[in-house]
Design a protein around this ligand. Structure first.
Ligand code: B12
Ligand SMILES: *[C@@H]1O[C@H](CO)[C@@H](O)[C@H](O)[C@H]1NC(C)=O
Ligand SMILES: *[C@@H]1O[C@H](CO)[C@@H](O)[C@H](O)[C@H]1NC(C)=O
Length: 180
């Protein structure tokens, strides 16, 4: 004869067991579908054992906007170097509603080990982009990181810095190392 205590323990085990049929009907699985936390932990956790047992849904496309539901405006960042002609690199990121470029760059830095940047604070104009991926602009060499945006087919030089520019959906921001 099964005691109620035994039954609740068995039920708990069934719910906690990964892939157990009971899990499909549990409220947690509904939540996982609307916000795929499983895919996120599998992607961001480098621990092999965890990635192996939690398989992301095969046809689910992971984007920055699914990582951060409030991050509604996706855009990309291209890093180029017109001094050395080093190969270009492209990254995807996003900003919250009317968020600033600096916010999208921070979010990218926090989630992508391949993108790093530093900035200084100008008393009049705010954040000045100083280095990208370890390469620093310098007054001595007369180099700086130029800010451009490619919209549709035209490339426009930004008339404000990273702390004031508001990216639009699907903009391509170009961070170009340049001489002046
Ligand atoms: C010279 C200059 C530059 C030089 C500065 C290098 C140097 N060591 O001289 C270079 C070419 C690097 C430069 C770059 C940029 N600049 Co500029 N620059 C100027 C300019 C013509 C004169 C500044 C100056 O020498 N003032 C006199 C000195 C004594 O004062 P200062 O406080 O020490 O000046 C410093 C700051 O102005 C700073 N600085 C220069 N530009 C910018 C831009 C930003 C966003 C910040 C935070 C700081 C900053 O560098 C100066 C030297 O250290 C001004 C326009 C003007 N007539 O004032 C535009 C100006 C300041 N720049 C501007 C812009 C937009 C940029 C860029 C964003 C352009 C781009 N699309 O890439 C980039 C910065 C990108 C980044 N990495 O963050 C705007 C800023 C407007 C704003 N509200 O943000 C201005 C007002 C011109 C404009 N378009 O209206 N710039
Ligand atoms: C790198 O990007 C810049 C800016 O979009 C572009 O002009 C250049 O042709 C690109 N270089 C390569 C090698 O793709
Ligand atoms: C961009 O350029 C291509 C080829 O030059 C053209 O066919 C297309 O209409 C342009 N798109 C926009 C949005 O201007």
């Amino acid at each position: 004869m099964m005691t109620p205590a035994f039954l609740s323990v068995a039920l708990l085990l069934l719910v906690l067991l990964p892939g157990a049929p009971a899990r499909k009907d549990s409220p947690e699985s509904d939540l996982a579908e609307s916000f795929p936390a499983e895919s996120i932990s599998a992607e961001s956790n480098s621990d092999e054992s965890i990635s192996a047992e939690v398989k992301p849904t095969p046809n689910y496309v992971l984007t920055m906007t699914s990582f951060f539901p409030d991050c509604v405006t996706p855009f990309s960042i291209l890093v180029s170097n017109s001094v050395t002609n080093a190969p270009n690199k492209t990254y995807s990121t996003c900003v919250v509603y009317r968020g600033i470029l600096l916010g999208g760059m921070r979010r990218l830095q926090e989630t992508n080990k391949g993108f790093r940047f530093t900035y200084t604070e100008d008393p009049n104009y705010g954040p000045y982009l100083q280095s990208v991926n370890g390469l620093k602009g310098s007054t001595k060499d007369r180099t700086y990181w130029e800010l451009l945006v490619e919209k549709a087919n035209e490339t426009i030089s930004l008339n404000v810095g990273i702390g004031a520019f508001i990216p639009s959906e699907n903009d391509q921001i170009i961070l170009n190392f340049k001489e002046y």
